[in-house]
Design a protein around this ligand. Structure first.
Ligand SMILES: O=C(O)C1=C[C@@H](OP(=O)(O)O)[C@@H](O)[C@H](O)C1
Ligand SMILES: C=C(OP(=O)(O)O)C(=O)O
Length: 427
């Protein structure tokens, strides 16, 4: 088990151009490359454990993956292989859920499994709507828990109103819709991240977005391959935005970050709390990509109850900003946090209390009374976002974080970047 020891930092001014590539887009690059009949070209694919698992699965399904002058070439098979081994999604909910939708509609028998954390995460949110259109899917507890077994088959078009604002549910259903005979309709209660819609449209799928309603028209011919450079992940970049926002006198410029509005809401919250943030768009070819500059300014408490799906992964990190702010901050409508890599409401609250912060826990969120963070020894609970959030808190008060291998799932060079800000080590 690896432990980080983070020492308090003094004011810093840094430009960081090595933020990990976007995890959501990387997973989709690997899976969506199977939808074309020609090789996809992907630059800057995330070399994290989650996305490497997805790439391995794509290979087990028959694709070949080669590196050519820094560019990854993913050549899809003529026909998907039926792998003799189970498909290991590691720690990744995105991989398991998107692959459920994709494989349910393809010929063959497939078994998806993952690590102990993934094995505890709910899958009926995907299995049930897919079953209602004819899919053969099963798993422990009637398909709620992995391992998940899938016998792929022709599915019927759907009109599905999802009760959850989840891009993973939406993406699984849209992937299943690709092979249906008629157009399918998906409705979500709140807008979730829209990479699947953007990338499928870019590959030639006719997709119409009207508010919370997406209509997908099944393509009649194979899709165009991808040719894409994955931008830096705003969810990973946010840890260093937080660092600049809580270490007095600091400034950071985060380079080449994805600026998709469904992904940068946490930066907007930090701005509302008082941080000085500017965005410089550098590229707009596929998605808006650019630099985010964050300067320290005293933070004020904030109430969050809207656009929660747009900042769901950043809430543990925002909780550290709440602890450093003047006044009370509150998050509501975020019960999805309870079914991530850990129960992120319980784990954030437990760790903040160890740091001497007054916190109240609710079923769908928590309330933090801003105060003085105290040095503590905390656990990651096997959750990369909890580990990184409390490592950044350590820049203010010093921190020991146990069980930090999980950071490798999404941000393998996190520790190297942190070491540039403070005297941090690992044992
Ligand atoms: O679609 C995606 O790439 C993701 C969607 C989100 O999950 P939900 O859509 O289930 O909320 C997010 O938490 C996850 O890190 C990545
Ligand atoms: C929830 C996350 O990912 P996933 O659902 O893919 O495990 C995350 O990265 O915070």
């Amino acid at each position: 088990m690896k432990t980080y020891v983070v020492k308090p930092a003094t004011a810093f001014s840094k430009s960081i151009d090595a933020i990990a590539p976007d995890k959501s887009i990387s997973h989709r690059c690997a899976i969506f490359s199977l939808l074309s009949d020609r090789p996809s070209k992907v630059r800057n694919y995330l070399q994290g454990e989650d996305t490497l698992c997805t790439l391995e699965i794509v290979k087990q399904l028959g694709a070949t993956v080669e590196m050519q002058e820094g560019e990854m070439l993913i050549t899809p098979p003529i026909k998907l292989s039926e792998p003799p081994l189970v498909l290991d999604c590691g720690n990744s909910g995105t991989a398991m859920r998107l692959l459920m939708g994709f494989l349910a509609a393809r010929e063959g028998f497939f078994v998806l499994h993952g690590d102990a954390y993934l094995a505890a995460r709910p899958m009926r949110r995907i299995a049930d709507p897919l079953r209602s259109i004819g899919a053969h899917i099963d798993g422990r507890k009637n398909g709620e828990l992995s391992p998940i077994g899938i016998r792929g088959k022709q599915l019927s078009a759907f009109d599905y109103k999802s009760p959850i604002a989840s891009a993973q549910v939406k993406s699984a259903l849209l992937l299943a819709a690709l092979t249906c005979e008629k157009p399918s309709h998906f409705w979500e209660p709140e807008r979730s991240r829209d990479h699947t819609e953007k990338m499928l449209s870019g590959m030639g799928v006719h997709l119409v977005q009207e508010g919370l309603h997406v209509t997908l028209y099944p393509p009649v011919s194979p899709l165009n391959p991808l040719d894409i450079t994955v931008p830096a992940d705003p969810s990973s970049a946010f840890f260093f935005a937080l660092a600049a926002a809580i270490v007095p006198g600091s400034k950071v410029v985060l380079k080449h970050v994805l600026l998709n509005p469904t992904r940068i809401e946490a930066f907007k919250v930090l701005e509302r709390m008082g941080a000085d943030i500017t965005y410089t768009v550098r590229d707009k070819t596929y998605e808006s990509v650019g630099d985010i500059c964050v300067k320290y300014a005293p933070l004020q408490g904030v109430e969050l109850s809207e656009n929660i799906a747009w900042l769901i992964d950043e809430i543990p990190a925002l909780a550290i900003a709440f602890a450093c702010a003047k006044g009370v901050s509150r998050v509501g409508g975020a019960k999805e946090l309870r079914v991530k890599e850990s129960d992120r409401i319980a784990t954030t609250v437990a760790n903040l209390r160890l740091c001497g912060i007054e916190v109240r826990e609710f079923e769908d969120g928590f309330e933090v009374v801003g105060g003085i963070l105290r040095e503590a020894k905390v656990k990651s609970f096997g959750d990369h976002r909890i580990a990184m959030s409390f490592a950044i808190a350590g820049l203010v008060c010093g921190m020991e974080i146990e069980d930090t291998q999980c950071v490798g799932t999404s941000f393998p060079n996190f520790l190297d970047l942190l070491k540039c800000l403070s005297n941090t080590h690992e044992y």
